[in-house]
Design a protein around this ligand. Structure first.
Ligand code: AVI
Length: 321
């Protein structure tokens, strides 16, 4: 039996490791301190995020899945078959794989910062779909989107950005990011999942679950930072904080020092007062009309939209002629 082919893999994440370390240290030295949400996603963080998606309180993943299950065929008709499907933040690639029978991509390019997790997922996917040309890109696509042209071939580029990860950008950053996608999506478009505004209690429970999985996910960013910059954060000294900030229409996640703490890293360090916070994530919640407007400001054509019956989540198909 021939050996299954290995997906091609390109890695740009941490090509400038010293630059990433300097930026992470600088963000910690500011007041208020912050850690970019990309630091959630080492291999353990990706597994913890997978666990979050199984929680009763975390409605986005299963709500989005019901929208794909109910309307996937209509989406596929709107998009058209045969394409290079570019999955941004692919994770375990499960969402895209579920759409393969409907979208029938000729190529699949998975992009994620969690390099090892992505490699594992792609090996399995290639075994199950030997007919699809599969490639992986280990990249921090929040700031750049460098896809070698030969990865897409002559196929129409259809970008796939499910899960409402767009909410992890501020609206201004989201506009910049969507504009970068639009520049590369000519002849294709963008299929994107977006979390919508809903009652505060539902939102806050989703980001502060009873089992403490989200708290572990939040604290794991400190362990990832310890490895990257050589800091000595002790995760147990930090309390998980998550709340809905109404004015900004976003969930904010923070880590709060349980007592006065000194944290050091090679060449520096700082003191955190008791109760002082490190801002780790925003998760913006949109209204459907506001998000459609954002897509059009980024240069996409009038989008189509599908929602669940409660109107908690939306999937948009934004064509790019
Ligand atoms: C990846 N992203 C869409 C998740 C979210 O809901 O903002 C990350 C997350 N943070 C806490 N729980 C899940």
């Amino acid at each position: 039996m021939p050996l299954p082919k290995s997906p091609r893999f390109i890695q740009t994440w941490l090509a400038d490791a010293e630059g990433e370390r300097a930026a992470a240290r600088a963000a910690l030295e500011e007041t208020p301190a912050s850690v970019a949400p990309k630091f959630f996603y080492d291999r353990l963080g990706s597994h913890l995020f997978e666990a979050i998606t199984e929680l009763d309180e975390y409605y986005p993943t299963r709500t989005e899945a019901t929208i794909f299950a109910s309307h996937g065929a209509e989406m596929a008709k709107a998009i058209g078959a045969g394409m290079a499907l570019v999955d941004l933040g692919a994770g375990n690639c499960a969402k895209a794989a579920r759409l393969f029978p409907l979208l029938e991509p000729r190529r699949y390019v998975a992009v994620d910062i969690s390099v090892e997790f992505l490699r594992d997922a792609l090996r399995e996917l290639q075994r199950d779909h030997p007919q699809v040309e599969i490639a992986g890109v280990g990249e921090d696509f929040s700031t750049r989107l460098d896809l070698p042209a030969d990865l897409l071939g002559d196929d129409r580029p259809v970008f796939f950005y499910p899960g409402s990860s767009i909410g992890n950008f501020t609206p201004a950053e989201a506009l910049g990011f969507l504009s970068r996608v639009r520049e590369r999506a000519g002849g294709g478009g963008l299929l994107i999942g977006v979390d919508l505004v809903k009652p505060r209690a539902v939102l806050e429970a989703a980001y502060d679950d009873g089992l403490g999985v989200t708290a572990a996910f939040n604290r794991n960013a400190l362990l990832n930072l310890n490895r990257l910059i050589g800091s000595d954060f002790a995760p147990g000294q930090w309390r998980h904080v998550a709340f809905f900030a109404e004015a900004e229409s976003r969930i904010e996640m923070h880590l709060e020092a349980r007592e006065a703490l000194d944290v050091s890293w090679p060449g520096g360090g700082r003191r955190f007062a008791a109760g002082e916070r490190i801002h780790t994530e925003n998760s913006c919640k949109y209204t459907a009309p506001d998000f459609a407007d954002l897509l059009m400001r980024a240069g996409f054509d009038t989008p189509r939209r599908w929602t669940d019956p409660a109107g908690w989540f939306a999937v948009f198909w934004a064509p790019a002629r």
